[in-house]
Design a protein around this ligand. Structure first.
Ligand SMILES: Nc1nc2c(ncn2[C@@H]2O[C@H](COP(=O)(O)OP(=O)(O)OP(=O)(O)O)[C@@H](O)[C@H]2O)c(=O)[nH]1
Length: 360
């Protein structure tokens, strides 16, 4: 179906912000959203996991923010994405919300961006109102090389990028960064690689994409075609599979703990879990009520072997002050982690929800 004959700049650009689990998407998004010129932007966040923490961690206004948490936006919630975009457009046109200037979709870390682009290019109603502003892919300098070798999803995210944002360069040597850049050049030739230190990037990122890369649907289609080629070149440990198997073996679970935790014991538990399960502990996120300072929660991020320093918030983002821990793992049982919580973090099994049957 061909797009209506509209000048492309009357349509709202949609930027897809993707990148593997924990690679720094939300950090980049939060930095961008601090810019007043993005006040008219809508943010759609897709989260993989039963208990989502992103609504607590993303600095978008309630009006700006839509959470899609019923599955992965590249497969099960594509319909929700279409409905969300149509509704954003309707509200903007009806004057119920400020005029929509930009949409940023933050995918899950496991998403294949190609079906998302297809969705944006296939729906006549969407084509009339929205255009693809481009794909920005974050690549974590610490875990990036290993992740590209092990997870085909990550290689695809790089292959369809219009811009690569290399994050966490403060944590690696120049040599490691050079090797990663070389790998990225191979997967995405001629795609600009930018360093985003702690999310620091500028609006040029979105503006530049909107005007050149995103406008050309033919070019995007050609890039999508080429992803198949890159799929067969994603590294020695890459396991090829079709899209429906893409998240095979990866699961998410959570714990809600209704009593404050003792920090020393909890920190010991974190060290233990990181050391023991790092490679299969793809992503860990937590908001923690610490007994020593219960009014100021700690936000924790773990990405494979790397546990980032905890960040203390000034206050709880919502009325719910319970500790919440979310895991995205490969081949690790919830009960196994639960047992370590009881043993190392000295957490009473009775205070954990959903109940932990085999923890005692
Ligand atoms: N040292 C350092 N840490 C960073 C940088 N960018 C992000 N981080 C940290 O990396 C962790 C994960 O960042 P997020 O922005 O939550 O990553 P994400 O890609 O949104 O994660 P998911 O979507 O939940 O998988 C957080 O603790 C960030 O503070 C960076 O440039 N340097």
């Amino acid at each position: 179906m061909s797009a209506p004959d509209l000048p492309s700049d009357t349509r709202v650009p949609v930027t897809v912000l993707t990148g593997f689990l924990g690679s720094g998407k939300t950090t980049v998004l939060n930095r961008l959203l601090r810019n007043p010129s993005l006040a008219g932007a809508a943010v759609i966040v897709n989260e993989f996991g039963a208990v989502g923490l992103d609504p607590l961690l993303i600095e978008a206004s309630e009006e700006q923010f839509t959470l899609l948490d019923n599955g992965c936006v590249c497969c099960t919630v594509r319909g929700d994405l279409v409905a969300t975009l149509k509704e954003l457009d309707r509200k903007s046109q009806a004057g119920e919300t400020p005029s929509l200037s930009q949409v940023i979709i933050e995918t899950t870390g496991l998403a294949d961006p190609a079906p998302i682009l297809h969705t944006l290019m296939a729906e006549a109603e969407l084509i009339a109102r929205f255009r693809i502003g481009g794909v920005v892919t974050t690549v974590d300098a610490v875990n990036g090389a290993a992740t590209l070798a092990r997870h085909p999803e990550a290689a695809k995210q790089v292959a369809v990028a219009d811009r690569l944002l290399i994050t966490k360069t403060d944590l690696v040597s120049a040599q490691a960064l050079g090797a990663l850049r070389h790998r990225l050049e191979h997967l995405a030739p001629a795609v600009e690689q930018t360093v985003a230190s702690n999310g620091e990037t500028d609006l040029e990122l979105l503006a530049g994409l909107s005007t050149d890369a995103g406008a050309d649907v033919t070019r995007i289609a050609a890039r999508l075609e080429s992803v198949a080629h890159h799929d067969h070149d994603c590294g020695p440990d890459c396991h090829h599979h079709d899209h429906h198997d893409a998240h095979h073996g990866i699961q998410s679970f959570s714990f809600v703990i209704d009593k404050p935790v003792e920090w020393d014991a909890f920190a010991r538990w974190l060290d233990y879990v990181a050391a023991l399960k790092g490679e299969d502990l793809l992503r860990f996120k937590g908001i923690v009520q610490v007994a020593e300072e219960p009014e100021r929660p700690l936000v924790l991020h773990g990405v494979q072997h790397v546990f980032h320093p905890p960040a203390r918030l000034d206050r709880w983002p919502t009325a719910d002050r319970r500790t919440r821990l979310v895991f995205i793992v490969r081949n690790i049982e919830r009960e196994t982690i639960a047992r370590t919580l009881v043993k190392f973090a000295a957490i009473d099994a009775a205070s954990i929800a959903p109940p932990v049957l085999a923890a005692a």
